[in-house]
Design a protein around this ligand. Structure first.
Ligand SMILES: Cc1cc2nc3c(=O)[nH]c(=O)nc-3n(C[C@H](O)[C@H](O)[C@H](O)COP(=O)(O)OP(=O)(O)OC[C@H]3O[C@@H](n4cnc5c(N)ncnc54)[C@H](O)[C@@H]3O)c2cc1C
Length: 431
């Protein structure tokens, strides 16, 4: 573990991480053997590509997720309830904005950040979504494009999870095509140094509970998209509404809503000072999409583990577990292969990202592929459970419903095909 991490990583997490590392060393020493064993939980030995620090962070995030998120998720999903306390717990462990340097953040590698999303999404994509919006979309945006004052004001509290963020890009009439957005910021006719923000955003994770909403709107003077940090407590009555969207059939353990702005006054110093156009939202999305690429592998790995256990226990025809049958084994083999490849690809892109060598197309490729493969395989693995797949207690149906959303948000899968197609052919197919 580097001395750098010792300084930044919160004390409690650090102790847990060191403990985990020591236990691992003891295990690997005790079991050292000249013959490698195939590990169905890590088929291509991706752990060999991780640093000690990354392994320790991953173990901490996995332990938190299994001990504190898993026991809550079934009821939360049934009730369509998101417990905002989760962000505080994650903040206490240093899991929020973990790749950011300074401001109370851990400053870990991109891969380590992805391992955190993988651990959380192993439990539920909704919990990972709430965390990703906070960490990558809002904190990441402020870190990349905020003024020094904006960073000082928001990042430390957001890292602790005591200030909750939402990211408003999608509008009712403009999802895949955010460049056509209608939200607008016009100079306040009476108050110098203020804008009036108007417009509607929809399908916004965390919006009903957010303290600060990063809203993308066109500046009336230039027609260019700019980012505004809208503080709920500073909005006069009637200028900001954030109703929840209820009765979702996916991501029910997260909270999703709309943002309605009606001439909401926002001071100029709450606008990102320099970034203009789609570059702002797209670069925030780039980091979040990386987290989704590894996160969905966690969800798929959980589907594999659940399906394997079920197949070994379920007896059909002449006393055989269904895991003995070839068709069932093929389903597990396909899913396991796709998960293993997806993890390796994400680690490679994460390393390149930290070296400044990752392109947005690489992120599109792993986001698209991993989301598609997670969804396809989860749907097939669901068949292994037979009628029991319909019971929420088995968890597989929840992952399937969630993974449809991960394939849709932050660039629907086909939209990422168009990004890749443009890079491959040089021809633009969007319009
Ligand atoms: C639970 C949930 C949480 C979300 N959280 C957030 C959030 O926090 N912040 C936020 O800003 N947004 C969020 N979103 C919105 C999400 O990013 C959008 O739903 C997504 O971008 C797709 O936009 P759309 O729904 O308007 O679909 P549309 O853009 O209407 O697309 C519909 C279909 O048409 C296809 N299509 C569109 N254009 C083309 C084309 N040119 N060529 C071929 N096919 C095309 C798409 O691929 C898609 O299959 C969330 C969505 C959900 C469901």
């Amino acid at each position: 573990m580097s001395r750098l991490l010792l300084k930044r990583w919160p004390q409690r997490v650090l102790l847990q991480a060191l403990h985990a590392r020591n236990a691992r060393h003891a295990r690997s020493f005790a079991s050292s053997s000249p013959i490698s064993q195939f590990d169905w939980e890590d088929p291509l030995a991706s752990k060999n590509l991780l640093t000690e620090e990354e392994l320790a962070i991953s173990e901490t995030a996995e332990r938190y997720s299994q001990d504190h998120l898993l026991p809550r998720v079934l009821q939360a999903y049934r009730d369509e309830h998101y417990d905002a306390q989760i962000l505080r717990e994650m903040g206490e462990l240093g899991l929020l904005g973990a790749t950011i340097e300074g401001y109370g953040c851990a400053g870990v590698s991109t891969v380590a950040g992805g391992l955190i999303t993988r651990a959380v999404e192993r439990v539920d994509s909704g919990y990972r979504s709430g965390m990703s919006v906070q960490s990558s979309l809002v904190m990441g945006g402020i870190d990349d494009f905020g003024s020094a004052e904006q960073k000082d004001r928001y990042l430390p509290e957001m890292a602790r999870g005591t200030l909750i963020g939402a990211f408003g890009l999608t509008e009712p009439n403009h999802g895949s095509d955010p460049g056509s957005m209608e939200s607008v910021a016009r100079p306040h006719p009476q108050k110098t140094g203020y804008y009036l923000l108007s417009g509607s955003k929809t399908w916004i994770t965390n919006s009903p509970i957010a303290d600060v909403l990063l809203v993308w709107a066109k500046l009336e003077e230039t027609g260019k998209i700019r980012g505004f940090l809208v503080n709920r407590k500073d909005c006069p009555a009637g200028t900001l509404e954030t109703p929840a969207i209820k009765n979702k059939n996916g991501l029910r353990a997260s909270i999703t809503g709309m943002i309605h702005l009606a001439d909401c006054p926002v001071p100029k110093e709450n606008m990102f000072p320099d970034v203009e156009g789609l570059k702002g939202p797209f670069s925030c999305l780039n980091s979040a999409r990386y987290g989704i690429a590894l996160g969905t592998m966690g969800a798929l790995e959980d589907c594999i583990a659940r399906a394997r256990t079920y197949a070994l226990e379920r007896i059909q025809f002449k006393g055989n577990p269904i895991a003995k049958y070839q068709l069932v084994q093929k389903k597990l083999a396909d899913a396991s292969t796709d998960a293993a490849y997806g993890v390796l690809a994400a680690i490679q892109v994460g390393r390149l990202k930290d070296e400044g060598k990752a392109t947005p197309e690489m992120i599109s490729m792993i986001k698209r592929q991993n989301c598609d493969k997670a969804l396809q395989n989860a749907r097939v693995l669901q068949e292994i459970f037979g009628g029991n797949a319909v019971s929420d207690e088995y968890g597989i149906g929840r992952h399937v419903a969630n993974l449809f959303v991960t394939q849709t948000y932050e660039g629907q899968s086909d939209i990422h095909s168009l990004i890749l197609g443009r890079a491959i052919t040089g021809l633009q197919a969007f319009v």
